[in-house]
Ligand binder design. Structure first.
Ligand code: ZN
Ligand code: ZN
Ligand code: FE
Length: 762
């Protein structure tokens, strides 16, 4: 007989780990106890050495599906004569790391239960267990315990308590446990806010079939739901959402229903059915949805039900359902009941509500498959706040405040980064408040007190101001990290890369070392030493911010730069065109930019695809949609200039000239769009070849929002691999600014060892 003390770290709380240990120990006839201890699970065992050995083996091989074991440490000692096995109270201390798991889609057992007409949870939409259900969105404190969730106000009934305390039950210590007798309730409210006294799900489905817009309270906020087949209803939703032009996501009851809409690959199927249940952007011919859903784009955003409510509603409705975030146009998603009535009152005809509060507002995640691998577009519900490993350990706990659009932040401690859920565009006041609240909440939850604040180098980002104000108030040192270096470092980090790489960062705009707006950058080096090796030739951004919303302005800038006539530009008026020309020629309110995103905008405008962006990336997305209609085409010409010193310049003027003459000759626009994509891929390859020749690096990292373009990403990956480069693209965090904070932490980890560099450069 021996005693074995075991400490298991990783994602082991809120995933049914203690019940699993209890069952395992009981099965092996071991005595002892198990408990949660901030961030870890502690086990004390007594028994034969064979049983103890079997325990350690099964601990790894049979762990619950949502658990992620990172480390198991154990020590043997003399037994003290324990008998029986029990779960003991959580120990509240602040040592070790706190882990909160992401929300998880309903498990098969729970779904079976709500379908059982004789069971006590028949059609009960808050059914969940240790393996599924809400987590991040309901947690109010740590460690994970019912008293620190939004379920604290629902005292368990006797039957739930029995399950909760039964080590052989799936709900043994399932903190969000509930049933119709003791748990939250569903209610349907009419537009007047009065409850409708019928089966809420049946009635909601009936109203949806009639074309109503229903606000549905979910895990991390409200959705606006409408029948995806009805052009009339979807159009009404767009109008009421302040003419939102973005494509809408669609929820379908199951894979079969998804396949009726679009063809689905094996990888897409895996992503759709994963516990995170993201919206999956799927490319292909779309059937059975009205035109207004994806507005002619090449991709449709599909997702499968992830709560019992979704399952029951979709089955009752038996039709695809638009499920778009419940928010007026640019505002963050609504998550509070009182807000739903006031902020969604003008949009929704009815409200499917419940009385379980949402603590953390959390949008649906978005991802797609490119070249057989996952490409995250938005990392939020289902993924946050799972920790990501850093290639180098941090010396002190840090906060990285991220970017400005698609904002997220990260807390780092030791060798882990915890990335927040998606917060959105910090220009919006409510988003800005939500951002600050979320930083404070995460710091409390994960018990991290930052001793360094890392931020973007852009002085006007709200996240930069937050970092500097807070640093001053709390006397914390700060570190500014250049935007595109952070992009490259984020992609390196998720692949665990250290050492030197070639980094291609293409995006809309970021603040450069020289104060101009960068965005078509190629670097070489490591975390702390990324040098700018090449960039797109810089030109005027006429009107600054306005040029980002109005691609026709960029078309003029590129034509002027190439010395070409402006005939083909669809400016709103001759006068507007003249004004922009003068702004550029006189350098009035026209900062310089080397942004690749702006070249996409210009080409999109030249092709007559999109002259005004009503959402970020619209011009590029629509250009890509056009390009995928053509299977193959030759690249246009371009030049790479090698100055005696300083970075190379990628000169797109020959490209613009050929493209314009293609259009003038009436060449098919899909071919032109395709030739443009091929050209950008060729630029990447040519830059990488030249850098490999001088620096000898063979690993290429691709980052920046432009690489959300699936066609471009695919072309670049294929072309680089053909030239024997080792290519890394994003698979865990988005290439856009939503992944920036991870790169900021990674660069800080490489730099902070030098105490003098509290501000500035790599
Ligand atoms: Zn379950
Ligand atoms: Zn109950
Ligand atoms: Fe960026």
């Amino acid at each position: 007989m021996s005693r074995l003390d075991v400490v298991v770290t990783g994602t082991v709380q809120g995933v049914g780990f203690r019940p699993f240990v209890h069952q395992l120990a009981s099965r092996l006839g071991l005595a002892g106890w198990v408990r949660n201890k901030s961030g870890a699970v502690e086990v004390a065992l007594e028994g034969s050495s064979a049983a103890l050995e079997a325990f350690l083996f099964s601990l790894q091989s049979e762990a619950p599906p949502l658990a992620r074991i990172e480390d198991v440490s154990s020590s043997l000692s003399t037994p003290q004569g324990m008998s029986g096995f029990c779960i003991v109270e959580s120990e509240c201390d602040s040592s070790g790391e706190v882990r909160i798991t992401p929300d998880s889609a309903s498990c098969a057992d729970c779904l079976q239960e709500i379908d059982d007409p004789h069971g006590r949870r028949c059609r009960y939409v808050f059914t969940c267990c240790t393996r599924c259900g809400p987590r991040l969105t309901m947690v109010t404190g740590a460690p994970w315990d019912r008293s620190r969730t939004t379920m604290a106000s629902f005292p368990m009934c006797e039957s739930c308590r029995v399950e909760y305390e039964d080590p052989s039950d799936r709900r043994f210590h399932a903190e969000p446990i509930a049933c119709p007798r003791c748990g939250p309730r569903l209610v349907l409210l009419g537009a007047d806010g009065v409850a409708i006294e019928v089966d809420p799900i049946v009635e909601t489905a009936r109203r949806l079939r009639e074309g109503a817009i229903v606000a549905v309270k979910g895990l991390g906020g409200f959705h606006l739901a409408v029948d995806a087949r009805s052009q009339e209803a979807v159009t009404r939703l767009r109008q009421r959402k302040a003419r939102d032009a973005r494509p809408f996501a669609v929820m379908v009851s199951d894979l079969e229903a998804a396949r009726r809409i679009v063809e689905i690959s094996d990888e897409e199927e895996r992503l759709l059915t994963s516990a995170a249940r993201p919206i999956v952007l799927i490319r292909g011919v779309q059937r059975g949805l009205c035109e207004s859903v994806s507005r002619g784009l090449a991709d449709v955003g599909l997702m499968l039900p992830y709560t019992p409510l979704h399952h029951l509603l979709l089955r009752e409705l038996d039709a695809p359902l638009v499920m778009t975030s419940g928010n007026p146009s640019e505002e963050p998603i609504v998550h509070l009941d009182e807000d739903a009535r006031t902020r969604l009152g003008d949009i929704a005809d009815a409200f499917l509500m419940h009385d379980r509060a949402i603590r953390v507002r959390c949008d649906d995640s978005v991802a797609r498959i490119v070249s057989g691998r996952v490409l995250p577009v938005r990392r939020s519900r289902g993924y946050a706040p799972a920790p990501l490993a850093l290639a180098r350990a941090l010396e002190v706990p840090m906060l990285a405040t991220g970017g400005h659009l698609k904002a997220t932040f990260a807390l780092g401690r030791a060798s882990h980064a915890i990335l927040s859920h998606h917060l959105g565009d910090l220009d919006e006041l409510r988003t800005w408040q939500a951002y600050r609240d979320a930083v404070a909440h995460y710091e409390r939850l994960f018990e991290i007190e930052p001793r360094l604040i890392v931020h973007d180098a852009h002085p006007d980002y709200a996240s930069t101001r937050y970092a500097l104000e807070r640093a001053q108030a709390e006397q914390i040192p700060t570190l500014a990290v250049q935007h595109h270096r952070a992009h490259i470092a984020s992609c390196m980090t998720e692949h665990g890369l250290d050492g030197n790489v070639i980094g291609v960062a293409f995006d809309g705009a970021g603040y450069g070392d020289d104060g101009t707006l960068w965005g078509g950058e190629v670097f070489a080096g490591g975390y702390g030493s990324l040098e700018r090796e090449a960039h797109l030739r810089s030109l005027a951004l006429p009107g600054g911010e306005r040029a980002m919303r109005e691609p026709w302005r960029m078309a003029i800038a590129f034509l002027l730069d190439a010395g070409l006539p402006l005939d083909g530009v669809a400016a709103p008026s001759t006068r507007a065109r003249e004004t922009v020309v003068q702004m550029i020629e006189r350098g009035i309110h026209s900062p310089r930019t080397s942004s690749m995103g702006r070249l996409f905008d210009a080409v999109s405008a030249l092709c007559g695809v999109c002259t005004e962006n009503s959402y970020e990336g619209q011009a590029a997305t629509e250009l890509e949609t056009l390009a995928v209609q053509c299977d193959a085409a030759a690249a246009y010409g371009f030049r790479i200039d090698e100055p005696p010193s300083g970075p190379r310049t990628i000169d797109a003027r020959p490209l613009v000239a050929e493209l314009v003459s293609d259009l003038a000759r009436g060449r098919d626009r899909a071919t032109v769009a395709r030739r443009f994509h091929e050209s950008v891929a060729a630029m990447v390859v040519e830059c990488c070849e030249r850098i490999r020749a001088t620096r000898g690096f063979e690993r290429v990292v691709l980052s920046g929002g432009v690489f959300m373009n699936a066609l471009l990403l695919q072309l670049v990956i294929t072309a680089l691999r053909e030239r024997a480069f080792v290519v890394f693209s994003h698979e865990r965090v988005p290439p856009n600014d939503g992944g920036l904070c991870l790169g900021q932490l990674a660069i800080a980890s490489a730099l902070f060892s030098e105490p003098s560099s509290t501000h500035g450069e790599q």
